[in-house]
Design a protein around this ligand. Sequence first.
Ligand SMILES: [Zn+2]
Length: 356
Amino acid sequence: MMIKKNKTYSQFIVMVVILLLSSVGVGAVYKAARNRPPVVYDKLSPDVIARLNKLKLLHGGSLFTDAPIDPEKWDNKYDLGQNANDPWDKLEDSNFIIYYRNDVSGKWKNNAELTLKLANKSISDLARIFGKYIYPKDVNYRKLAIYLPPTSNGFEKTLEQMGHKPEGMSGVIGITLTLISPSGVYTDGIVIRSTTYDPSMSFNNSYKVTVPHEMGHYVYMSLYDFNQEAHPLNWVVEGIADHVASRSDQVKDAARIEFIDRNCSLVTDFPEETNSMYWAGESFFRFMSDSYGRQSVTDFIKNTYKMHASDALEQTFTGHDMKEEWVKALKKGAQADEMDVNMPDEDDALATNDDN
Ligand SMILES: [Zn+2]
């Protein structure tokens, strides 16, 4: 989601969706069709097409193509990282391939090791929140590729080499490149900007948040049913990814209430000119989990795979005015914040540090 920077996040994370739209008939030739029903473009509702078109417009790197996906392409040997002309170093296990550039200091080898560990550690959180993790066996035995270009400029260069236009990416620290094809959802890879590994980087902008956030997009898009009349609102897509990453940002509840009361409706996208889909979205999922239990988050997300988010809310929380309840909970939080200010304690000192 292209959003302007504000004082809350100096950088943000976006997901790029590439649509591979094909009118070509889909048959058994596509291995990916084995595990899930094929996505047939003709069946997509106008609502979903409008939404996907909007995503395309929002992301400079998005791409439409009519070319059918090559069944061979699911194999990681065709990854950019394994290009014979310029192969990357790689760290591989049964679920992931981390592509990096080794140097004499061993810094990027170390970062690749940290990333592989974190990616594996994130699997259980993702499985809990989405109700399922997407293992290679679920996507035609394709392992999730994560690229760690060693310089900040290398981020754009890598996107370009992967066939995407890296426009307007200056504040972007992570991207998930996904192809939605008639033969299933193909994830080209996740690309993480080098600055997220800078030890001085705040937790909110570090790889520790960025990697699970992007993996959240990978799982969500892989489980989403593009044959249904669904509509993933921006606060669902970005809020759930931040919820996976447990990114609890520095926006105070009082500021949230003011913004949400004015601008946010749970049945539409949140305004694009701010980072609200991240910070307000995450706040809403946290409220959901705290008030109705973790399972309610999973149930709601599962419903959004196949229906509009507003129907998913109604289906999951029948008879509840969720926005009203959420704002009420925020008001309580704002009161607690105020009491904290009056009576400083250790937590308060910690919070002040976090704001830097
Ligand atoms: Zn994102």
